[in-house]
Write a protein that binds this ligand. Sequence first.
Ligand SMILES: [Zn+2]
Length: 327
Amino acid sequence: MRKIASITLAMTMTVTVMTGCGSKANQVVDHEGKLQVYTSFYPLYDFATKVGGDKVDVVNLVPTGVEPHDYEPSARNMAALEEADVFIYNGVGMESWVDKVLSTLENEDLLVVEASQGVDFIEGHTHDHEEEHTHEEEHAHGEEHNHDEEHTDSVDPHVWTSIRNAKIEMENIKDALVEADPENKDYYEANYNHYATQFDALDKTFTDTLSQFENREIIVAHEAFGYLCHDYDLTQVGIEGMNADSEPDPERMTEIIEFAKEHEIKVIFFEELVSPKVAETIAKEIGAQTMVLNPVEGLTEEQIAAGEDYLSVMAQNLEALKKALSR
Ligand SMILES: [Zn+2]
């Protein structure tokens, strides 16, 4: 054991020397008393930034422009989390890596926040090819078959696509910041209340606007909008299931095209962080147009630079929904 420890130390020192060369990477950073907050992916980053204001430094683990479904933290992320005060994640299986990461961390002072606590969860489709395996097939695959891959959770993790749920997540984040930094309780609460009012107003605009349409069906890139649809009595049909990484098969494509024809759908939604190819193929087939409906899983560099946030992207989603439903 002792030997392993000293080797590890030697390696750490080597790395220190290499990265320390000409940079400030290894100086003790003075955070000016600000809470060091880490979030797993974009909406949580946005909510933490809104509530934390200038009392916190918020770092988002999933890089800008990266789709979070297949993300895994790097060694550098792990090192950063050892120094963090607060770690905020969505939960409900959105971050498949989170249990492993949290059990590995030695940071005993880290306040861990599962932001979706208190949300009424709904079920969604996975469209996972593995689900179609029969028992016989499983046996035929024998030892090689990875059991974990088949167990696809049917609870929908995309809670933040409901503005009401997003507000719950923001409130959980506010409570955590107050717990970690009670001196600034009033500040965090004032920020929360300020944005909660805006969330309520946007939710009301969605309700008022969307209730006017007779058509209630939308075709989306992946089934990320279950909670949004639940709030406003819409129905989503996904080219892909709840995981944006699964590949649609020809059967699914045919189903979507039939559904689109039946409901005279004129818009096929795609997302900015995944390829629009399949949406374009379907749109061409039925003479529809493609349009973005953003699941707010992550923003692009351009959107961040333009100052976009959860509220502005959701407002754009409402405009897109209006166009898609007025047919
Ligand atoms: Zn998703």
